[in-house]
Design a protein around this ligand. Sequence first.
Ligand SMILES: Nc1ncnc2c1ncn2[C@@H]1O[C@H](COP(=O)(O)OP(=O)(O)OP(=O)(O)O)[C@@H](O)[C@H]1O
Ligand SMILES: [Mg+2]
Length: 245
Amino acid sequence: MPLLQLKDVSKRFGQVVVANGVSLQLEAGDAVGIVGPNGAGKTTLFSMIAGDVKVDAGEILFKGRPITRAAVAARCRAGIGRTYQIPLPFEHLSVFENALVAVHQGARVHGLEGSERALDALVRTGLIDLANRPAGALGLLHRKRLELARALATGPELLLLDEIAGGLTDLEVVELTEVIRGIRADGVTIVWIEHVVRALLSTVDRLVCLAGGELVADGSPREVLNSEAVRRVYLGGAIINEAVS
Ligand SMILES: Nc1ncnc2c1ncn2[C@@H]1O[C@H](COP(=O)(O)OP(=O)(O)OP(=O)(O)O)[C@@H](O)[C@H]1O
Ligand SMILES: [Mg+2]
């Protein structure tokens, strides 16, 4: 049974069509990258999967069960975790407390087991030495790591990463990519929206391209990056040259 299925999902904001009959299927253990120009509907796709945005039409199934109308908290407890394009931690809470809130809210696990889960998320994301630091004092790389830690702390089977590498230096991207590969090796299914294609290519084995709310390509990274449809979408853009050079 597929881990996640989107069937003919459509969504518009006023006149803007952000999903036009999108169908997508993921198997457990997949690592899939999502590319596409700004405004393509990538973040909205995550929001529809995680429940922050309701679909206008179509169906979403997780582990074979319809979740199309389920609340965010229910989807999170079912095993869907996400990071946000703009990290918004609780600035005045410590790094550990931020992870703990995610365990309490997202997994409903409390007490010693909850604390252990929060610590484990910090170890896996390389933040354990900063556990007592206020989140507001963190630089961008550590904020991105905390974003990952909070999502991991909810115990996801499916992890949706929204431009987690955006704004980082090349070296920082490499460091973060290693963390993500480790998470995948632990058995978590990954869907990763990213403009930093090099980072994606080192991690994913399938690429999907969204443009204007339509899925214009889906296949192996080489196939997708070399496809006519994607070349048209990125006409004159850097993505192809960067990726195939
Ligand atoms: N809540 C909302 N209300 C109205 N319009 C929205 C809303 N969220 C997104 N949009 C619009 O929908 C379109 C798709 O936005 P979305 O954030 O999904 O794109 P994206 O592919 O993630 O882009 P980027 O690469 O810039 O992050 C954009 O035109 C955006 O302005
Ligand atoms: Mg986005």
